[in-house]
Write a protein that binds this ligand. Structure first.
Ligand code: PLP
Length: 375
């Protein structure tokens, strides 16, 4: 039996998604494929809740981030960036790698980004071209106030780019209604597909910036190139490269399933599971890393039982109970575990099995501690 995945992505996928990966290889061009490709984009628009352009970029979420930053901004541009964890830091690297300057607004790991700080910065520094922030900071399970930051950014008429790699379809997100200009995500988390596709969604404001951004410094990351194929090869090959058809077919099945359940229903299901897990953790004595009100519905970070190390908890749960969870990040790596409950494949039974496994760990750990001579 493969282990139950309760990590923050990739997620276990539904049987129909897995079956699709075993289907014969398809050609990535021609009428039949173009219809599948376009239908998948339409499903994605429903999940991003946008009427904008969506691109499936073979690669991962980070590639989509790289493509969006590369395409929307010019070298030398200053981009206000919220950082309160590892993935915020990754955006700093991506912005710098593209020759732009991140102007960092930082909050501690356990605190959400502050929309008022963005408001002040944008008021003081009109040279800033755009704002970037991570929705669900996967390193800590914290959900940032994207809607409020979007409001502030739009007030100052700047572009807003959001990393929704781990939060999409796991926490409320309404790109057009909230006024987010570009969103980046990936196929392997809340959407319920397998890894392999970076996703980029851009509204007309973002697209106008792409058109004005000057010469590209990359071939693959240049979204104007991707759009050229949409416009000029629409009838047989609306993308510049060979697409991973099997991965896209699997993603399409996952999206169909997600939308059949209904986005809101999926979110409610995630919330119910999260509450069940968190109540159980507290009962076991595993304190939540941040208050529940700050956590996303699809990821939980909790301190290990007192005295225990995350590596030991993770190993025990894997070896004794065949469930894969993961450690914390950075400064709290040894003290914190992270438990993913995203996608379609987490049930109440999985949550209860994990809680049993953690209870078992606590009992064994306490029993060992009571026998100091055995270490
Ligand atoms: C919030 C966030 N951003 C970006 C990434 C990077 O995505 P990928 O690993 O698909 O490149 C991740 C991956 O876990 C993530 O959680």
């Amino acid at each position: 039996m493969p282990p139950k995945l309760m990590i923050p992505g990739p997620v276990d996928v539904e049987a129909a998604v897995l079956d699709m990966l075993a289907e014969p290889v398809q050609a990535h061009y021609g009428d039949e494929w173009v219809a599948i490709h376009n239908e998948t984009l339409e499903l994605l628009r429903q999940v991003f809740v946008t009427e904008g352009r969506v691109y499936m970029l073979p690669g991962s979420g980070s590639l989509a981030a790289d493509a969006v930053i590369h395409s929307m901004f010019k070298p030398g541009d200053r981009i206000a960036l919220g950082i309160n964890g590892f993935f915020g830091i990754r955006w700093r690297e991506i912005i710098e790698a593209n020759g732009m300057t991140p102007v960092v607004i930082e909050t501690p790991l356990d605190q959400p980004l502050d929309p008022a700080a963005f408001d002040r910065l944008l008021a003081e520094d009109p040279s800033i071209a755009g704002v970037a922030a991570v929705q669900l900071e996967t390193s800590t399970a914290l959900l940032n106030p994207i809607r409020a930051i979007a409001q502030v950014t739009r007030k100052h008429d700047k572009l807003f780019v959001v990393d929704a790699v781990s939060g999409l379809a796991g926490a409320e997100y309404r790109m057009d209604e909230w006024g987010v200009d570009a969103t980046v995500s990936g196929s392997q988390k809340g959407l319920g597909g397998v890894a392999g596709i970076g996703l980029a969604a851009l509204n007309d404001r973002a697209w106008a910036a792409v058109e004005q951004a000057g010469p590209a410094r990359s071939w693959y990351l240049d979204l104007r190139r991707w759009e050229w194929y949409v416009q000029n090869w629409a009838d047989w090959h609306p993308f510049p490269i060979t697409m991973p058809c099997s991965v896209i077919l699997a993603l399409r099945v996952a999206l169909q399933s997600l939308l059949a359940e209904g986005l809101d229903n999926r979110l409610r299901r995630c919330e119910t599971l999260a509450q069940r897990l968190r109540a159980g953790l507290v009962e076991i004595g595993m304190e939540l890393f941040i208050p529940e009100t700050l956590m996303s519905p699809v990821l939980t970070a909790a301190y290990c039982p007192p005295g225990a190390k995350s590596a030991d908890v993770v190993r025990f749960v894997a070896e004794q109970h065949n469930i894969k969870i993961t450690a914390g990040f950075g400064a709290v790596k040894d003290q914190v575990v992270r438990i993913g409950h995203m996608g379609a494949m987490i049930s109440e039974n999985d949550i209860d099995r994990l809680l049993d496994a953690l209870r078992h760990f606590v009992d064994e750990y306490a029993a060992q501690a009571a026998r100091p001579d055995e270490g």
